[in-house]
Write a protein that binds this ligand. Sequence first.
Ligand SMILES: CC(C)(COP(=O)(O)OP(=O)(O)OC[C@H]1O[C@@H](n2cnc3c(N)ncnc32)[C@H](O)[C@@H]1OP(=O)(O)O)[C@@H](O)C(=O)NCCC(=O)NCCS
Length: 146
Amino acid sequence: MKYREMTVDDLQYVVEKNIEYYNTVEECCWTYEKAYKRIHQVLTMEDSMCMIQTDQDDNITGYLMGYFKEYDDIRGYFLEEIVIFVGHQGKGYGTDFLKHLEKVVNENNASIIELNSVNDDRHINFYSNLGFYPVSNFVMMGKFME
Ligand SMILES: CC(C)(COP(=O)(O)OP(=O)(O)OC[C@H]1O[C@@H](n2cnc3c(N)ncnc32)[C@H](O)[C@@H]1OP(=O)(O)O)[C@@H](O)C(=O)NCCC(=O)NCCS
């Protein structure tokens, strides 16, 4: 697989493929505008690093987006989203992508990759195979407003 940094020129294609996956496979209701805004927001933030994965024929097979974070003692990378597009999943592409990400994060002097995973067996299996594990010192919290 080949990798390059994502630019605003990739947005239209990435947004369309993102919507194709989430709205057809996961029955979500993304509009183009909302999906564009979500990805554009991460792409253009300070210390953002977003990447495109292509196969040997230069077809775009997926993308990931995230950003570097500063802590008092270390630098980290927060992976906001990784999506392997419809027709390309389950072929090892996501695994290859995260291995590549680890390399790039390391080259950028960051020592941890953090992410929020969907809490189901497939996702936990995917990330666990790459050495990720649930942390015990934090728990994600949320609250819907009434
Ligand atoms: C999750 C995802 C990035 C994994 O990439 P991939 O190339 O499909 O995965 P790989 O072939 O490298 O690894 C296979 C493992 O990934 C997981 N996996 C495969 N397809 C998946 C899917 N549609 N959703 C969730 N996990 C999936 C399984 O654990 C699988 O192992 P198994 O074959 O033993 O069941 C990819 O399937 C995807 O983009 N899913 C939809 C978007 C998503 O859920 N992103 C992550 C948000 S936390």
